[in-house]
Design a protein around this ligand. Structure first.
Ligand SMILES: [Zn+2]
Ligand SMILES: [Zn+2]
Length: 268
């Protein structure tokens, strides 16, 4: 499978990146076509996401997987809703089933309010088939198996452990933390992952309340404990020093470490 970083800026878009969004693609060994899902669809991500989809068409996605319902992880689901409802395929009258959208409880209401849709209407339920994560209950989407793992954040939030076909045959595991501080769930989420896509919002010296985010040092600690094979650090706030965050990750984890950069493609 291939991971394309669409947006990696933490908590809000930055000058060089939208908020969180990662495109995951894999061929379906049974069906012979490419499947495309996004992990999170945060503020600003739906613009550059079009560059990475066939024909620049947002509706070419097969599903949306949201770690939690903070604005920087879900708001551009409103933009995809517009493409599904009013885009060229809809105008040609082509029938399509609602797009699967998996998220914590309350996503349908949350997104309808975000777009300011009438409270007594269908909201986005004609465009999205809303599914609700249940902790550690895997969901199948084409060639992907996605296991949500409850993590520690001020709202209901999940890390996503995605198993899919590996580029060289067999299977590969991508573990995406979403937003979280260090917690026991991360040991399960990241265990022996081929790639740990982990938030590392800032450096350890920042006086920030616990229970919200990982620092570079805590992210590196998770990777070492879980024996992840490689780390991609992401969700750095626009005011974080990337070199300092990377140095913290490397101080705890001796495998390969890189920064999630918009447009970068990683094969697993
Ligand atoms: Zn966030
Ligand atoms: Zn958050």
């Amino acid at each position: 499978m291939r991971l394309t970083v669409v947006g990696s800026s933490g908590s809000l878009p930055g000058p060089g990146s939208p908020a969180s969004c990662y495109l995951l693609e894999a061929e379906d060994p049974a069906g012979g076509r490419t499947w495309r899902v996004v992990l999170d669809l945060g503020s600003g991500a739906s613009g550059p996401l079009q560059r990475h989809l066939p024909g620049g068409d947002l509706t070419a996605l097969d599903g949306v997987l949201l770690s939690h319902l903070h604005a920087d992880h879900c708001l551009d689901a409103c933009s995809l809703y517009v493409a599904l409802k009013h885009g060229p395929a809809a105008h040609r009258g082509e029938p399509r089933a609602p797009m699967p959208l998996w998220a914590p409880a309350g996503a349908a209401g949350r997104l309808a309010r975000a777009y300011d849709l009438p409270e007594d209407g269908p909201g986005m339920t004609e465009q999205y088939a809303f599914g609700t994560w249940v902790d550690r209950q895997p969901v199948r989407l084409g060639p992907f198996t996605v296991e949500p793992v409850r993590v520690e954040h001020p709202v209901e939030a999940y890390g996503l452990r995605v198993t899919g076909p590996a580029e060289g045959g067999g299977t590969a595991v991508l573990s995406y933390t979403g937003d979280t501080d260090d917690c026991p769930g991360l040991d399960h989420l990241a265990a022996d992952a081929d790639l740990l896509l982990t938030e590392a919002s800032f450096t350890d010296d920042l006086p920030f309340e616990r229970g919200v985010h990982l620092s570079g040092a805590r992210a590196g600690g998770v990777a070492a404990r879980a024996r992840a094979r490689a780390v991609l650090a992401t969700h750095l706030t626009p005011w974080a020093d990337p070199d300092a965050v990377l140095a913290e990750v490397r101080s705890r984890f001796d495998g390969p470490v890189d920064l999630a950069r918009p447009g970068a493609v990683h094969s697993l």
